[in-house]
Design a protein around this ligand. Sequence first.
Ligand code: HEC
Length: 212
Amino acid sequence: MRYRLVVSIVSSVILLLAGAGFVTWYFVHRGFSTRNQPGKIEAMLATTLRRAAIPSHERELKMPVKGTPDVLREGMAHWADHCASCHGNNGGGETMYGKTMYPRPPDMRLASTQELSDGELYYTIKNGVRLSGMPAFGEPGDDDIDSWKLVAFIRHLPKLTEQEELQMEQLNPKTPEEFQEEREEHQFLNSDGGSASPKTSTTHHKRNTEIP
Ligand code: HEC
Protein backbone atom coordinates (compact mmCIF):
# COMPACT_ATOMS: atom_id res chain seq x y z
CA MET A 1 0.00 0.00 0.00
CA ARG A 2 2.70 2.38 1.07
CA TYR A 3 4.82 1.27 -1.87
CA ARG A 4 1.98 2.12 -4.29
CA LEU A 5 1.57 5.56 -2.79
CA VAL A 6 5.28 6.31 -3.20
CA VAL A 7 5.19 5.08 -6.83
CA SER A 8 2.18 7.24 -7.69
CA ILE A 9 3.70 10.35 -6.03
CA VAL A 10 7.03 9.82 -7.82
CA SER A 11 5.35 9.25 -11.21
CA SER A 12 3.16 12.37 -10.77
CA VAL A 13 6.24 14.47 -10.00
CA ILE A 14 8.04 13.04 -13.05
CA LEU A 15 5.02 13.77 -15.24
CA LEU A 16 4.75 17.32 -13.91
CA LEU A 17 8.46 17.96 -14.49
CA ALA A 18 8.22 16.50 -18.00
CA GLY A 19 5.19 18.74 -18.72
CA ALA A 20 6.95 21.85 -17.40
CA GLY A 21 10.05 20.90 -19.39
CA PHE A 22 8.00 20.54 -22.56
CA VAL A 23 6.26 23.93 -22.11
CA THR A 24 9.64 25.63 -21.44
CA TRP A 25 11.21 23.92 -24.45
CA TYR A 26 8.20 24.87 -26.63
CA PHE A 27 8.39 28.58 -25.77
CA VAL A 28 12.18 28.79 -25.90
CA HIS A 29 12.25 26.88 -29.17
CA ARG A 30 9.38 28.86 -30.68
CA GLY A 31 10.55 32.21 -29.34
CA PHE A 32 8.43 35.16 -28.28
CA SER A 33 8.30 36.84 -31.65
CA THR A 34 4.99 38.41 -32.67
CA ARG A 35 5.63 37.41 -36.27
CA ASN A 36 4.02 34.00 -35.82
CA GLN A 37 0.29 33.87 -35.31
CA PRO A 38 -1.69 31.99 -32.64
CA GLY A 39 -2.53 28.42 -33.67
CA LYS A 40 -6.17 27.34 -34.07
CA ILE A 41 -6.47 25.92 -30.54
CA GLU A 42 -4.89 28.96 -28.90
CA ALA A 43 -7.08 31.34 -30.93
CA MET A 44 -10.22 29.37 -30.09
CA LEU A 45 -9.40 29.22 -26.38
CA ALA A 46 -8.53 32.94 -26.21
CA THR A 47 -11.67 33.99 -28.12
CA THR A 48 -13.90 31.80 -25.95
CA LEU A 49 -12.35 33.16 -22.74
CA ARG A 50 -12.59 36.72 -24.03
CA ARG A 51 -16.28 36.36 -24.81
CA ALA A 52 -16.97 34.57 -21.53
CA ALA A 53 -15.34 37.45 -19.62
CA ILE A 54 -17.91 39.96 -20.91
CA PRO A 55 -20.71 40.22 -18.32
CA SER A 56 -24.05 39.16 -19.85
CA HIS A 57 -25.80 42.47 -19.09
CA GLU A 58 -23.01 44.29 -21.03
CA ARG A 59 -23.25 41.82 -23.92
CA GLU A 60 -26.95 42.48 -24.27
CA LEU A 61 -26.66 46.30 -24.36
CA LYS A 62 -28.25 47.83 -27.44
CA MET A 63 -26.83 50.76 -29.35
CA PRO A 64 -28.45 53.96 -27.96
CA VAL A 65 -27.59 55.89 -31.15
CA LYS A 66 -28.72 55.34 -34.73
CA GLY A 67 -26.27 55.17 -37.63
CA THR A 68 -27.39 58.58 -38.99
CA PRO A 69 -25.00 60.49 -41.29
CA ASP A 70 -23.95 62.76 -38.37
CA VAL A 71 -23.21 59.84 -36.03
CA LEU A 72 -21.27 58.00 -38.73
CA ARG A 73 -19.30 61.14 -39.57
CA GLU A 74 -18.23 61.51 -35.93
CA GLY A 75 -17.46 57.82 -35.52
CA MET A 76 -15.42 57.90 -38.72
CA ALA A 77 -13.36 60.92 -37.62
CA HIS A 78 -12.71 59.31 -34.23
CA TRP A 79 -11.74 56.01 -35.88
CA ALA A 80 -9.38 57.74 -38.33
CA ASP A 81 -7.69 59.50 -35.41
CA HIS A 82 -7.48 56.76 -32.74
CA CYS A 83 -8.06 53.35 -34.32
CA ALA A 84 -6.78 53.42 -37.90
CA SER A 85 -3.10 53.12 -36.92
CA CYS A 86 -3.75 49.45 -36.03
CA HIS A 87 -7.07 48.65 -37.71
CA GLY A 88 -6.66 50.67 -40.94
CA ASN A 89 -9.22 53.20 -42.20
CA ASN A 90 -11.17 50.36 -43.83
CA GLY A 91 -11.00 48.07 -40.78
CA GLY A 92 -8.91 45.47 -42.64
CA GLY A 93 -5.99 45.66 -40.16
CA GLU A 94 -3.34 45.76 -42.89
CA THR A 95 -1.33 48.58 -41.29
CA MET A 96 2.31 48.90 -40.32
CA TYR A 97 1.47 47.97 -36.69
CA GLY A 98 -1.43 45.64 -37.40
CA LYS A 99 0.57 43.40 -39.71
CA THR A 100 2.99 42.24 -37.03
CA MET A 101 0.94 42.26 -33.80
CA TYR A 102 0.22 39.09 -31.83
CA PRO A 103 -2.64 38.49 -32.25
CA ARG A 104 -3.28 40.60 -35.37
CA PRO A 105 -6.28 42.94 -35.40
CA PRO A 106 -9.02 41.02 -37.26
CA ASP A 107 -10.57 42.19 -40.53
CA MET A 108 -13.56 43.87 -38.95
CA ARG A 109 -15.61 43.91 -42.16
CA LEU A 110 -16.00 40.13 -41.90
CA ALA A 111 -18.72 38.13 -40.18
CA SER A 112 -16.48 37.18 -37.21
CA THR A 113 -16.67 40.83 -36.05
CA GLN A 114 -20.00 41.86 -37.55
CA GLU A 115 -21.74 38.94 -35.81
CA LEU A 116 -20.61 40.16 -32.37
CA SER A 117 -23.40 41.95 -30.49
CA ASP A 118 -23.44 45.76 -30.14
CA GLY A 119 -22.69 45.29 -26.44
CA GLU A 120 -19.66 43.06 -27.12
CA LEU A 121 -18.15 45.62 -29.50
CA TYR A 122 -18.86 48.45 -27.04
CA TYR A 123 -17.36 46.49 -24.11
CA THR A 124 -14.23 45.67 -26.12
CA ILE A 125 -13.70 49.33 -27.07
CA LYS A 126 -14.18 50.48 -23.47
CA ASN A 127 -12.16 47.77 -21.76
CA GLY A 128 -9.61 46.61 -24.34
CA VAL A 129 -8.41 43.00 -24.68
CA ARG A 130 -5.85 41.69 -22.21
CA LEU A 131 -2.69 40.08 -23.66
CA SER A 132 -3.32 41.69 -27.03
CA GLY A 133 -2.47 45.13 -28.43
CA MET A 134 -6.07 46.33 -28.08
CA PRO A 135 -6.10 49.20 -25.52
CA ALA A 136 -9.05 50.25 -23.31
CA PHE A 137 -10.47 53.54 -24.51
CA GLY A 138 -13.34 54.33 -22.11
CA GLU A 139 -13.68 55.14 -18.43
CA PRO A 140 -15.31 52.37 -16.36
CA GLY A 141 -18.98 52.88 -15.62
CA ASP A 142 -19.61 55.77 -17.99
CA ASP A 143 -22.23 55.53 -20.67
CA ASP A 144 -19.72 56.49 -23.27
CA ILE A 145 -21.52 57.93 -26.27
CA ASP A 146 -18.31 58.27 -28.31
CA SER A 147 -17.69 54.51 -28.04
CA TRP A 148 -21.27 53.87 -29.22
CA LYS A 149 -20.61 56.07 -32.25
CA LEU A 150 -17.58 53.89 -32.95
CA VAL A 151 -19.81 50.81 -32.78
CA ALA A 152 -22.12 52.46 -35.34
CA PHE A 153 -19.09 53.12 -37.54
CA ILE A 154 -17.88 49.49 -37.21
CA ARG A 155 -21.31 48.39 -38.49
CA HIS A 156 -20.77 50.71 -41.46
CA LEU A 157 -17.28 49.32 -42.30
CA PRO A 158 -18.45 46.63 -44.78
CA LYS A 159 -20.19 49.42 -46.78
CA LEU A 160 -17.37 51.99 -46.59
CA THR A 161 -16.94 53.80 -49.93
CA GLU A 162 -13.67 54.75 -51.61
CA GLN A 163 -14.59 58.41 -51.19
CA GLU A 164 -15.06 57.96 -47.45
CA GLU A 165 -11.66 56.28 -47.22
CA LEU A 166 -10.08 59.26 -48.97
CA GLN A 167 -11.79 61.62 -46.51
CA MET A 168 -10.40 59.57 -43.63
CA GLU A 169 -6.85 59.91 -44.92
CA GLN A 170 -7.15 63.65 -44.24
CA LEU A 171 -8.07 62.85 -40.63
CA ASN A 172 -5.31 60.32 -39.85
CA PRO A 173 -2.73 61.56 -37.32
CA LYS A 174 0.27 63.18 -38.95
CA THR A 175 3.90 63.10 -37.89
CA PRO A 176 5.73 66.44 -37.30
CA GLU A 177 7.58 65.79 -40.59
CA GLU A 178 4.29 65.44 -42.49
CA PHE A 179 2.97 68.67 -40.92
CA GLN A 180 6.18 70.44 -41.90
CA GLU A 181 5.96 69.10 -45.43
CA GLU A 182 2.37 70.33 -45.79
CA ARG A 183 3.27 73.71 -44.30
CA GLU A 184 6.10 74.12 -46.80
CA GLU A 185 3.85 73.02 -49.64
CA HIS A 186 1.26 75.67 -48.71
CA GLN A 187 3.86 78.37 -48.22
CA PHE A 188 5.21 77.54 -51.65
CA LEU A 189 1.77 77.63 -53.25
CA ASN A 190 0.85 80.91 -51.51
CA SER A 191 4.06 82.65 -52.50
CA ASP A 192 3.55 81.42 -56.04
CA GLY A 193 0.73 83.82 -56.91
CA GLY A 194 -1.59 82.24 -54.36
CA SER A 195 -3.02 79.37 -56.38
CA ALA A 196 -4.30 77.92 -53.09
CA SER A 197 -6.97 79.99 -51.37
CA PRO A 198 -6.28 81.16 -47.76
CA LYS A 199 -9.23 79.02 -46.62
CA THR A 200 -7.70 75.74 -47.75
CA SER A 201 -4.30 76.64 -46.33
CA THR A 202 -5.66 77.11 -42.81
CA THR A 203 -8.09 74.21 -42.59
CA HIS A 204 -5.49 71.78 -43.87
CA HIS A 205 -3.07 72.23 -40.98
CA LYS A 206 -5.20 71.46 -37.98
CA ARG A 207 -6.72 68.09 -37.31
CA ASN A 208 -10.03 68.55 -38.98
CA THR A 209 -12.98 66.67 -37.56
CA GLU A 210 -15.37 68.36 -40.02
CA ILE A 211 -15.65 66.21 -43.08
CA PRO A 212 -16.72 68.32 -46.07
C1 HEC B 1 -2.42 49.55 -30.73
C2 HEC B 1 -3.27 48.86 -31.68
C3 HEC B 1 -4.75 49.05 -31.60
C4 HEC B 1 -5.44 50.23 -31.55
C5 HEC B 1 -4.91 51.66 -31.54
C6 HEC B 1 -6.85 49.87 -31.54
N1 HEC B 1 -6.99 48.50 -31.59
FE1 HEC B 1 -8.74 47.47 -31.59
N2 HEC B 1 -7.74 45.72 -31.60
C7 HEC B 1 -6.37 45.59 -31.67
C8 HEC B 1 -6.03 44.17 -31.67
C9 HEC B 1 -4.64 43.59 -31.73
C10 HEC B 1 -7.24 43.47 -31.62
C11 HEC B 1 -7.43 41.95 -31.59
C12 HEC B 1 -7.68 41.48 -30.18
C13 HEC B 1 -8.01 40.00 -30.11
O1 HEC B 1 -7.65 39.24 -30.99
O2 HEC B 1 -8.66 39.60 -29.12
C14 HEC B 1 -8.29 44.47 -31.58
C15 HEC B 1 -9.63 44.16 -31.50
C16 HEC B 1 -10.66 45.09 -31.53
C17 HEC B 1 -12.07 44.76 -31.51
C18 HEC B 1 -12.66 43.35 -31.45
C19 HEC B 1 -12.91 42.87 -32.86
C20 HEC B 1 -13.22 41.40 -32.98
O3 HEC B 1 -13.69 40.98 -34.04
O4 HEC B 1 -12.99 40.64 -32.04
C21 HEC B 1 -12.76 45.94 -31.57
C22 HEC B 1 -14.27 46.12 -31.57
C23 HEC B 1 -11.78 47.01 -31.64
N3 HEC B 1 -10.52 46.46 -31.62
C24 HEC B 1 -12.09 48.34 -31.73
C25 HEC B 1 -11.14 49.37 -31.71
C26 HEC B 1 -11.48 50.77 -31.75
C27 HEC B 1 -12.88 51.34 -31.88
C28 HEC B 1 -10.29 51.46 -31.65
C29 HEC B 1 -10.10 52.96 -31.57
C30 HEC B 1 -10.85 53.70 -30.59
C31 HEC B 1 -9.22 50.48 -31.59
N4 HEC B 1 -9.77 49.21 -31.64
C32 HEC B 1 -7.87 50.79 -31.51
C33 HEC B 1 -5.44 46.62 -31.71
C34 HEC B 1 -5.74 47.97 -31.64
